[in-house]
Design a protein around this ligand. Structure first.
Ligand code: FE
Length: 202
């Protein structure tokens, strides 16, 4: 685990989070912005724009077993070839769900996350509760988040750090073999690539 200084910062009054919240409060108070529009904008970045980069990689891996093998063997090489780059993307590993194995990602120390693949991390990913509990009782946390896994399924929890970030390759939903790349990519939610849900059925 890293003791790097670039990402394990304590929240203080100078942190971007605190300053941004203060700025938002002020703009709302002055009637310059509407909080619901700010929330809608954040939601769009969290759920629509950002995760589509990761979702297209997953869809490609569903379509091509050769691409899937490359992605699992050396994601960095694939990302370089696809010209996908961004902050906090030094080393990415992709973990595939399969019958009997379910993967879920956390950062126990802070909130390391593959930004360039998934966009903004959701608030729950950064919460102390998720970070502590998903390691201790992953099955229970997943079930509370709506994903019930049978007792035979092994749950693998991957702890991100500044050195290594993870992306879950969810299983392709049944009966979607005829769909094209973009249609498949829209079944791949952000949460399914963190590993707290499955990919959606069409
Ligand atoms: Fe972290």
């Amino acid at each position: 685990m890293s003791s790097g200084t670039d990402h394990h910062q304590q929240i203080d009054s100078r942190s971007p989070e605190v300053r941004t919240e203060a700025l938002e409060d002020l703009l709302v108070e002055k009637g310059i912005v509407d909080r619901s529009r700010v929330d809608a904008l954040i939601d769009r970045f969290e759920n629509d724009l950002g995760p589509m980069v990761g979702a297209r990689l997953v869809a490609k891996a569903w379509i091509s077993s050769e691409f899937r093998e490359r992605l699992l063997a050396d994601a960095d090489e694939v990302l370089a070839t696809e010209d996908i780059q961004g902050a906090e993307m030094e080393h990415i590993e992709v973990k595939a769900n399969e019958p009997g194995v379910h993967n879920v990602v956390v950062c126990t120390l802070c909130s390391c996350y593959p930004w360039a693949l998934l966009g903004l991390p959701p608030n729950w990913y950064k919460s102390p509760e998720y970070r502590a509990r998903v390691v201790r009782e992953p099955r229970k946390v997943l079930s509370e988040m709506g994903l019930s896994l049978d007792a035979e399924t092994e749950v693998r929890v991957w702890d991100s750090s500044s050195e290594t970030r993870f992306l879950v390759l969810p299983e392709q939903p049944e009966g979607t073999g005829h769909l094209g790349l973009e249609e498949l990519a829209h079944l791949v939610t952000r949460d399914s690539m963190i590993g707290v849900t499955k990919a959606q059925a069409p």
